[in-house]
Design a protein around this ligand. Structure first.
Ligand SMILES: NC(=O)c1ccc[n+]([C@@H]2O[C@H](COP(=O)([O-])OP(=O)(O)OC[C@H]3O[C@@H](n4cnc5c(N)ncnc54)[C@H](OP(=O)(O)O)[C@@H]3O)[C@@H](O)[C@H]2O)c1
Length: 339
């Protein structure tokens, strides 16, 4: 394995006084000397940028559980030296498993992970394509599968509306594409008029703003409009959407970009049999399940690759992208290329 003194990472530090600093630093460990125990050293070719990484970059204590820390909950690359049953050069993927939360993540030239956390990468997925999908893609598939399981078969017809909130984000766009590919009539809800054309190209039948779906009626239930919902926003928008889910409908709760409090009533659940299902892509799926999901994502990618917005970022651009992501200004997926 060839390494250089320039191996680097983007590291966040929380100071004793609570101040947070972040920036490019030397990697701080020698990849060539680090094949301890069953650790696999991965040369990172691309790392997906997730909302958690934006929170970590600001030192959010719910994500950044140690300091200093390299963010990056997703990485793709190649095995740097033979380890476990993996030959040097094997294309691999690592997602979740504490990366970017309790151990250093993918915004670095090299990454060390236990062999059990490392998956072979599907042959057709280049590292940057894999990271355009990343945890956002896994989450979108988990949410769509969950909705298929909980939404009443009475909503199986293709004229029922399925809503995706935060639709211009990574999870949102991939959920729009996955539901549309499954034959659903998708209504994409986004605050960004600029995302309309892309969302339509990915399969949305309609693009609406959060204001447009807000019902002024001050009741705990309003006319049922949504058979299924993928919600990436949480907070008041999720509470609003719950009032308008059809009898037998379901909501997959994924995110909290718009708030983590949920002020609602039991009426959607006990008067309409609505199911609110939580999705946890970071820790619940087993490695075997992740491998199956990656095979599905690899098959899905060619159908959306030309239409899905991906922004390639250098390590130097991580801080700026994180700031914009926390302000809800990014569209599609950022992919860090730590050359
Ligand atoms: N449960 C899980 O396993 C899991 C996995 C991955 C991600 N997540 C969570 O899912 C959420 C989305 O992740 P992501 O990677 O797709 O992030 P993202 O790319 O930043 O997308 C989030 C989207 O939410 C909307 N938004 C942002 N701030 C908002 C605000 N203040 N009020 C209302 N809407 C706002 C924006 O969409 P519009 O401008 O189009 O409205 C934004 O594009 C995050 O909360 C993330 O932590 C959870």
């Amino acid at each position: 394995m060839t390494t250089t003194a320039q191996e680097k990472c983007w590291r966040v530090r929380r100071m004793p006084d609570g101040a947070v600093t972040a920036g490019i630093e030397p990697l701080g460990w020698d990849p060539a000397a680090s094949m301890a125990n069953d650790d696999v050293v991965v040369r990172v070719e691309a790392a997906g940028f997730n909302y958690k990484d934006a929170l970590c970059s600001a030192g959010h204590p719910g994500v950044m559980r140690m300091s200093p820390l390299v963010p990056g909950i997703d990485a793709a690359g190649v095995v740097a030296a033979p380890a476990a049953s993996l030959a040097a050069g094997t294309p691999v993927l690592v997602t979740g498993n504490g990366m970017g939360e309790v151990r250093d993540g993918g915004f670095a030239s090299f990454l060390r992970m236990p062999a059990a956390a490392v998956l072979p990468r599907p042959a057709s997925l280049a590292a940057d394509a894999a990271m355009a999908l990343g945890t956002a893609g896994l989450t979108a598939l988990l949410a769509c599968d969950r909705l298929e399981a909980i939404v009443s078969p009475r909503h199986a017809t293709s004229d029922e509306a399925w809503l995706v909130t935060g639709a211009s984000g990574g999870v949102g766009m991939l959920s729009v594409a996955a539901l549309a590919a499954a034959g659903r009539r998708v209504v994409a809800c986004s605050r960004k008029a600029s995302a309309t054309d892309v969302l339509r190209a990915l399969g949305a039948a309609e693009v609406v703003t959060p204001d447009a779906i807000r019902d002024p009626t001050p009741k705990s239930l309003v006319t049922g409009r949504w058979a299924g919902v993928v919600d990436t926003v949480g907070g008041p928008l999720l509470a609003e959407v719950l009032r308008g889910v059809c009898a037998g409908g379901g909501v997959a709760a994924i995110g909290m970009a718009g708030g983590s409090d949920l002020v609602t009533s039991v009426h959607p659940f006990i008067l309409r049999g609505v199911t609110l299902a939580g999705i946890d892509a970071a820790s619940l799926p087993t490695q075997a399940k992740r491998a199956l999901l990656w095979e599905r994502l690899a098959s899905f990618w060619p159908a959306i690759a030309g239409r899905f917005p991906v922004t390639r970022l250098r390590l130097e651009e991580v801080g700026d992208w994180a700031d914009r992501m926390r302000r809800g200004e990014t569209t599609g997926r950022g992919v860090v290329i730590p050359e």
